[in-house]
Design a protein around this ligand. Structure first.
Ligand code: DAK
Length: 258
């Protein structure tokens, strides 16, 4: 697990990925994206890992794609290498839940990376933005799509067209982040949330993740049917028997992912 642009560590079922390009505000260059893909694959395959956390530094989660690296690229380059296609696909393959713990700047591709995660926990210093318009381009991995679904058209248009940043409080009010915590407690709070999830049955955790994500892909009718069938399916598990028996016995459940 030796990486150059990130630090990865597993502790108590939680795989923590810390983006680590301090001189460039954790800008997402080819090397970092490649290593992130690799770390995510490792986390997904490691049976001990139940939850993944992605974080940056106190100053920047990630200030976007690396502008220095991108500036010389041509259309042929980006279409041929399918710039950022790999990380999008890596996220789509992940069945384990991912928490983004965001402090400081989450801009452009950085904001989009946070939105690819399942939960965003922000520190009170977090700033979100899609400032690509200032560079003569536009969002490319969700800033015009996921952001619109999360915060609505009015704010998504505002952020994408003016390039203005949204602070943590506005992000929470708007539904982009699930909670705001003091910057000094960000990792502690994200880890506590991860530990809470890690205690549950992985079978229901993965079903929940799939079902919530399905709501973005389908009609309400189809989504409700999918949810109901997933719910029915969980009755085939030992963990459903254990969870309900534990409630009735007034004790903590012992889930075994079976
Ligand atoms: N890329 C490269 N270097 C960056 C960077 C970035 N995005 N952001 C910051 N840095 C570097 C700065 O150049 C500076 O380096 P030195 O000059 O010291 O060598 C260092 O980090 C510190 O930055 P500042 O001196 O600017 O620090 P400040 O505190 O004054 O300002 C800032 C912080 C984050 C507000 C500012 O650095 C800033 O505005 N950064 C750029 C933010 C931005 O525009 N982000 C969007 C990037 S475009 C695609 C999919 C996705 C994308 C593209 C294509 N396809 C699927 C095709 C995504 C595009 C983007 O994200």
């Amino acid at each position: 697990m030796a990486f150059k642009t990130l630090i990865a560590d597993v502790e108590d079922h939680v795989f923590l990925i810390k983006l680590n390009r301090p001189d460039a505000m954790n800008a997402l260059n080819t090397e970092l994206v490649g290593e992130l893909n690799c770390a995510l694959r490792e986390a997904e395959e490691n049976e001990k890992v139940r939850v993944i956390i992605i974080t940056g530094s106190e100053k920047a989660f990630a200030a976007g794609a690396d502008i220095k690296e991108m500036s010389e690229k041509t259309y042929v380059d980006v279409i041929t290498e399918d710039l950022f296609g790999s990380v999008t696909e890596e996220f789509q393959r992940l069945r384990k839940p991912v928490i983004a713990a965001v402090s400081g700047y989450a801009l452009g591709g950085g904001c989009e990376l946070a939105m690819m995660c399942d939960i965003i926990i922000a520190s009170d210093t977090a700033k979100f933005g899609q400032p690509e318009v200032n560079l003569g381009v536009m969002a490319g991995i969700g800033g015009s799509q996921r952001l619109t679904r999360f915060v609505g058209k009015a704010k998504a248009m505002d952020m994408n067209l003016t390039g203005r940043f949204m602070d943590a409080q506005e992000a929470e009010r708007s539904g982009l982040v699930s909670r705001v915590v003091p910057a000094k407690k960000l990792i502690e709070e994200a880890t506590a949330a991860a530990q809470k999830i890690a205690e549950k049955s992985m079978i229901s955790v993965m079903a929940i993740k799939e079902s919530v994500n399905r709501s973005y892909e389908t009609t309400l009718r189809e989504g409700l049917l999918f949810e109901r069938r997933m719910f029915h399916g969980l009755f085939a598990t030992e963990d459903q028997k254990e969870g309900m028996a534990a409630f009735l016995d007034k004790r903590e459940p012992q889930f075994r992912d079976k």
